[in-house]
Ligand binder design. Sequence first.
Ligand SMILES: Nc1ncnc2c1ncn2[C@@H]1O[C@H](COP(=O)(O)OP(=O)(O)OP(=O)(O)O)[C@@H](O)[C@H]1O
Length: 599
Amino acid sequence: MSSILESSKGIIKEARYAIILEIRELAYLGKYPEAIMKFKSQIETLSQQLGKNQGDQLLYQEWSKLVNDIKEELDLTQTLFDFTKGNSNNQQQPSPQKPKVVQECPEFHDDNRQPRLPFNQIPFQHYQRENTSPSQKANQFQISPPKQKAQDPDEIFFGGLRGGNDGKKANNNNNNNGNNGNNLNHNPSNYFNNNNGNNNYNRRPTNNPPPKDPDVWDPPSKKPDKPKQSQKDAKSNNIFKPQAQPQPQAKGNQRKEYDKGKKNNVAGDKKPVEGQRKTYHDHVYPDGRGPDSDLIQMIEREVLDLTPNVSFEQIAELELAKDTLQEAVLLPIFMPQIFTGIRRPCKGVLLFGPPGTGKTMLAKAVATTGKTTFFNVSACTLASKWKGESEKLVRLLFDMAKFYAPSTIFFDEIDALGSKRGDNDVKLSYNRRVKTQMLIEMDGVSGASTGEERKTVMCLAATNRPWDLDEALIRRLERRIYIPLPSVTGRKVLFEINLHSLKLSPNINWDQLVNRSDGYSGADIANVCREASMLPMRRKLKEEGGFQKLQQKYEDISNVVDVPLEQRDFEEALKIVNKSVSSEYLKEYENWMKDFGAG
Ligand SMILES: Nc1ncnc2c1ncn2[C@@H]1O[C@H](COP(=O)(O)OP(=O)(O)OP(=O)(O)O)[C@@H](O)[C@H]1O
């Protein structure tokens, strides 16, 4: 029975690829109406097939998944079709100040809501681009007909959306100050001096206020900065072997600069003070405030992380992932001139695997090593907290990343944004809009094939549920790296890293502890060490009759309670802290890795 199901799953999977690929080919040729017709007829046929399988619950589920995927592709094609229609209309009326609603896209209508503008209309509504001749303006979103079949499979579907640049924008951008992807000297202070109004990202507000979306939640009130977890410099305890010292980090200055800037600008009510670094907000709204001020401030406050301060040495094991990230992300940042043409940098990297295995740390290490501006986006927060504003937020985020380039945008829990079709229609429509915006933005930053001057912006994403990801997104995240649970060696290093600053008894049997922590993630081992570190202190306090008695007895009690950790403390901690990853999930990761992994 299960073999019938397995073989049916295989057939369904092949059918999915065959249908999607065939139809994308049509879309690539610009034959959107034909592609849409074809999708609709396939959905009809598949729905009949679905009806036949109603008796078998598992098969029925598989078929409905396929139908849903095809519907999702249809929706995406429809949206892109609308997008291209919208742009071609823009070319006839290239006046950004007086935009017309080119076409109302059904996706942007919700019951009881006012019609929303198609997403491609929004930038023109709010901004005009500077240093752009009228013909170039008209050209900006031109759909370039394919001259030959693209080597990059993504270009089959989305290549035409990258803007009619064919090298034209490169000339347009020559008057910059060198703070772009071609600048090998990544002096962090340069990131904030990019005030020359030099490029296509230099947008200014028009006087038109944005249309009010009734579904938009009110922007957040000012909140204090999230406390950042600081990584202490490793002072090895030499549990197993001498430990590499982490690289010294450039601390504080950027943050201070940023805070200084925040006082003047993030509040958004004051004009920038001369001589101080220019934030994206100053850059877009030199007069102090504009329609998107609150959102921009929110990104600067909650997403922009100027000091991720994690080095690769602080991360245990994961050598393959580190090498791949260095090759796929760091080399193109350091040598953009080499990574052109067929060697173009990948559009994005997906880190997938069980929770707590170091995915976020890897992303931060990439940003720290590449000295890039780090945007740490929790996709989950974006999806829930900024519902209604999320598409705009995605667009602003990428614009900001280009402004502060070289930048790394890290989407944690990307499945919250880029998941497949859900059951809830409202959620679906919203989800699709955000996802489509993301896909378009991601295509926009893969500068090499467009001939556009490179503003190096790297997209990294992480998920614990790769199987939930939409295929269009998976294709853009071209390198997909499995971040597994730590091996024996990795667990040893993790104990070392976590205990480097603690007093340890010489009689601890490390091999036994490492074996007992089989199946624990890096975060689990950190929790074990944290728990173990408290036990001797609690014991000592109890022995001495409590904190108050100790206080009466000793002047400085910190030395008294700082007792070395013993074997029994770790054993006790291992009983308290259980592993957080179930072994069933591990199999699923491996299967997904076999099907989609691309390290
Ligand atoms: N390979 C590792 N080396 C060092 N520390 C690690 C490693 N993996 C996990 N940790 C520890 O676990 C904590 C969580 O790691 P991190 O946030 O990078 O995991 P994650 O894979 O992004 O988790 P999630 O999927 O839940 O977001 C870190 O702060 C660190 O203490």
